[in-house]
Design a protein around this ligand. Structure first.
Ligand SMILES: [Mn+2]
Length: 328
């Protein structure tokens, strides 16, 4: 008997994979892919190869965060819009358009594997588990149910997805199942320490100039329960960084005593991107983000507004305050 409760659907997942023998299959994730997205794509590729399919991994803009480059080094990624495939599989992509504008022109994907609470069931077969800490957790669990061993490289890719999406096993989404499956991956060659070094101790120096500016910008609202940090186009230019270097910054205000919601607002491509974090799933930040056509998880969301933050700020703080009042 297993000490964990498995995700349902493993059998149907594998039977769909079986039918893909000889077919070209595009594996797509979301724009600005994180560790969970990349890890899930690499693991899915491996599964499809075992079933005799011909997988192609898509990577929009060919851009991977610096601290994830070591994982993708040995793989080929192609522009999603340039793939010629028979079927598409989406991973870690709550809504189809998160993959990029080109997704508007795609047929209905065969399959989606995802865990974003704000996600939609847009594929023919949706393996959708909002209770899961990571898409890689779902895939690892399916492999575990089939008692499939994976190579060290695949175990590493899956572990990266789990460790990053759980904030090093610290977010409220972390369960006994998460830890059990991570241990299984470690037993198959994922090295927790080495992965930690690669992911978390590999920050470019320029990022620290950005962090300095971010910390200086912190503003506190509603008796210090809301904390917002702000970065502008100028900050990115002067520090030689890009919006990708904002990864993880929101966790600084999150650690401040009394802060219930931490946010970062930054300029990206002429728009303002806002990410919010909390430690309390009952605050349902996913429902707040949905008002601005964003999404994510109970405690971690993001959305984009077509306006400057300066114009949006007052309305943002008051609507966030109203949301917190309603969910407290
Ligand atoms: Mn994820």
């Amino acid at each position: 008997m297993s000490i964990i409760e498995h995700f349902s659907g493993a059998e149907s997942f594998f039977s769909i994979c079986e039918q893909l023998k000889g077919k070209r299959v595009g594996i797509l994730g979301h724009l600005h892919p994180d560790g969970d997205c990349i890890g899930a794509q690499i693991a899915m590729r491996d599964i499809l190869i075992r079933f005799g399919a011909i997988p192609l991994m898509g990577l929009a803009e060919n851009k991977v965060a610096t601290n994830l480059k070591w994982i993708v080094r040995n793989y080929e990624f192609v522009q999603p819009e340039e793939m010629t495939v028979d079927e598409y599989i989406f991973v870690d992509c709550g809504v189809m358009l998160r993959a990029g504008d080109f997704a508007k022109k795609l047929p209905q994907p065969l399959m989606s594997i995802d865990h974003h609470v704000s996600g939609e069931k847009f594929a023919q077969h949706n393996f959708f588990y909002p209770e899961s800490a990571a898409t890689c957790e779902v895939i690892t669990d399916f492999l575990e149910q089939r008692q499939w061993e994976v190579s060290g490289a695949i175990a590493t890719a899956l572990y990266v997805g789990i460790v990053t999406d759980t904030g090093k096993f610290s977010y409220s989404s972390t369960t006994v199942r998460t830890l059990f499956l991570a241990a299984k991956l470690a037993s198959q060659g994922a090295n927790p320490h080495r992965i930690f070094i690669e992911i978390y101790q590999n920050e470019p120096r320029e990022k620290f100039a950005l962090i300095q500016r971010f910390l200086t910008s912190l503003g506190f609202y509603v008796d210090g329960t809301i904390c917002v940090g702000r970065l502008t186009e100028k900050d990115f230019i002067e520090t030689g960084t890009t919006a990708d270097d904002t990864e993880g910054l929101v966790n600084f205000p999150r650690t401040i005593k009394g802060v219930r919601v931490a946010a970062i607002a930054y300029d990206r491509e002429g728009k303002t991107r806002i990410s919010l974090r909390s430690d309390d799933p009952t605050l349902r930040l996913d429902l707040f983000a949905a008002k601005f056509l964003g999404g994510g998880h109970f405690c971690a969301v993001a959305f984009t507004i077509n306006d400057s933050y300066e114009k949006f700020e007052a309305g943002f703080i008051s609507s966030l305050r109203a949301h917190l009042d309603a969910f407290t």
